[in-house]
Design a protein around this ligand. Structure first.
Ligand code: ZN
Length: 124
């Protein structure tokens, strides 16, 4: 996952003529079970000796949201399961309104690059 994120960051940087990456802002859904600290560390390792080597990496954890097929509730759910547990690929979620398990996850499984702060090469 870190490698994928890093590749995208570097691709975007290259396309935009970036000389140095200052900050990488990520959004990681709670249901991805990615540990932000581990992800940060992996990105740090990958960015060694690249234009991103001094970049600050910020990770925002996104709370899960669902759509209930029974009562049509949409919105956040409180999820008290194991926060970062790689062994649980399937999460058992319940609608907070009616208790149904017939729910679709609408947020919380994404891993997005929110934005990148960087210095562009001088265009002459
Ligand atoms: Zn419901």
């Amino acid at each position: 996952m870190a490698q994928q994120i890093f590749n995208i960051v570097m691709k975007v940087a290259k396309e935009n003529g970036v000389e140095k990456i200052l900050e990488i802002n990520l959004e990681v859904g709670q249901l991805t079970f990615l540990n932000p600290d581990q992800l940060k560390f992996a990105l740090k390792v990958l960015s060694e000796d690249t234009i991103a080597q001094d970049a600050k990496i910020k990770i925002e954890v996104i709370q899960p949201e669902i759509r209930c097929n029974s009562c049509k509730y949409t919105g956040k759910i409180s999820y008290n399961g194991p926060e970062y547990h790689a062994i649980y690929p399937v999460v058992f979620l319940k609608c907070p309104k009616c208790g149904s398990t017939d729910v679709e996850i609408t947020r919380g499984r994404e891993c997005n690059i929110k934005n990148i702060k960087a210095i562009r090469k001088e265009v002459t």
